[in-house]
Every structure is written in C-alpha cells, then in structure tokens.
Design a protein around this ligand. Structure first.
Ligand code: ADP
Length: 241
C-alpha cells in the first residue's frame, strides 16, 4: 500500500522537542493537509518521513518500510522540501537529467516533467536566474521524475502569485484523483482550503486533530479557517490546563 505512516515519532534538537510522539496515517486518493503554526514540527516530520533526519523514537514508514530501505526511492516517493536548494549555475534540464541519470530513471521523463510543470520554454536557463515560482515548479518537476505514487510537498504555496497558487491546487487535486497519496504542509489553513480533503493538524510537535475537512466543518456555515482557529484555540486551552 502507498500509505505514509508515522508511529509515535519523536525528535529533539538540544532542549527543543520538535516532534513529540506523532502518530497518523496518510491515505492514498486524497489530499491530506498538514497544518500547524510555524515551528509546530511539520518540516521535521517530513524530513523524518524522507529519511533525512533520524527519529529519536518511533518510526515513519512508506508502505510498511522506512524510506531508507526503499529500493527505488524516486519511483516510490516524490518530495518538494526546500525549493531554494538548487545549484544556481545548473540549467533546469541538466539538473533534472543529472537526477534522472543518478537514479536510473529514463531520460525522456525529463522533458515530460518539464512540460508538465510549464518549464519547457526555459529548460536551458540556469536555475540561479529563476523566480521563486519557477524554482517551485522545478522542484515539483524533480519530485515527479520517477512518477511516484506518494508525494510530499512542504509549503509549496509559499511566495507564489495567485496564478501559481491556483496551478499548484489543481496539480495536487489531480494527483489525488489519480489515486496518489498527497501530503502537503502549510502554516496557513486558508492556503489549503479548496485543496485538502483531510487534515492532520499539529501544534508544538503534537497531534491536535486527524480529521476529514467535512467532519471538521460538521455541516456548519463556518469557513475552514474559522473551524481551524476553534480547534487550535481549544487545544491551546487544553494544554494550558
Ligand atoms: P514547521 O515546519 O512546522 O515550521 P519545524 O519542523 O521546522 O516546524 O521546527 C520545529 C521546531 O524544531 C522549531 O522549534 C525549530 O526551531 C526546531 N528545529 C527544526 N530543525 C532544527 C534543527 N536542525 N536544529 C535545531 N532546531 C531545529
């Protein structure tokens, strides 16, 4: 199965507990929003799912296996973590060719994904001259190279113009409709409205809610953002007691 599963994940950095016993499962065929304020532990969790950070306790599994033991990781999981992390001197197409080659992926995928993210026309330009939106697109192209069933996006909307935001929303919804597992983080609930079907809400490294958007709204005439504020306020009160 192409699920992402976190079981009792815990991570400390010195005296900071970044992730404090997180358990949740991300199912295929829907967009799962991963929401919480800045510093809540979203990136740390995603890094542990991707084997970039080792948990102090618990486990993060992709289809029952830790990322690091996947045989063809780019064919199983695609991720956009930090769109700024690109070699500025490398041309977009060369960057993807290098990734494809070093991961045993067919070269024709490079032009396919460049087309898919709308960068075919600038494929020969150096990534250093790209706008943030173009970098996000290139990062997404890299995530899609192996046509993976599992996708993780960390704050993909950050710094995008409204057209770029609409584009990413459509893309994420399309991936879910194809049956892929899509986990997308944001510190702003409003950014995930109209995109997420399901929400994993965290605060201070702990799970606050694991709920469908429909259940969170509960048939009330409130916006998703209002429902989210109620939820996080209730959690803060609970932890303060
Ligand atoms: P989010 O992605 O939700 O904004 P992060 O996972 O980036 O949250 O951070 C969670 C907490 O862990 C924060 O207090 C942050 O300062 C801390 N943190 C994250 N990465 C490191 C690191 N490499 N070294 C020290 N502290 C870190």
């Amino acid at each position: 199965m192409d699920t992402i599963e976190c079981r009792g994940l815990r991570k400390r950095y010195g005296s900071t507990t970044a992730v404090d016993g997180l358990t949740f499962t991300v199912a295929p065929g829907r967009v799962t929003g991963f929401v919480g304020p800045n510093g809540a532990g979203k990136s740390t969790t995603m890094r542990m799912i991707l084997g970039l950070d080792a948990p102090d306790d618990g486990a993060a599994l992709i289809g029952d296996r830790p990322y690091r033991s996947l045989r063809d990781p780019l064919r199983r999981v695609g991720a956009l973590l930090d769109a700024g992390a690109l070699h500025p001197g490398r041309r977009a197409r060369d960057h993807l060719r290098w990734l494809a080659q070093s991961n045993g992926l067919p070269r024709h995928r490079v032009d396919e994904v460049l087309d898919l993210v709308g960068l075919a026309g600038v494929a020969k330009r150096r990534a250093g001259g790209f706008s943030l939106g173009m970098r996000q697109r290139l990062g997404i192209a890299a995530a899609l190279l192996g046509d993976p069933p599992v996708l993780l996006f960390d704050e993909p909307v950050n710094g995008l113009d409204p057209e770029g935001v609409r584009w990413i929303r459509g893309l994420l919804r399309g991936f879910a409709a194809e049956g892929r597992t899509v986990l997308v983080s944001s510190h702003l609930m409003a950014e995930l409205a109209d995109t997420a079907d399901h929400l994993v809400v965290i605060g201070r490294g702990r799970l606050i809610a694991d709920t469908s958007v429909r259940d969170l709204l509960g048939g009330r005439r409130v916006s998703l953002e209002e429902a989210y504020f109620e939820l996080t306020a209730a959690a803060t009160e609970y932890h303060a007691r």
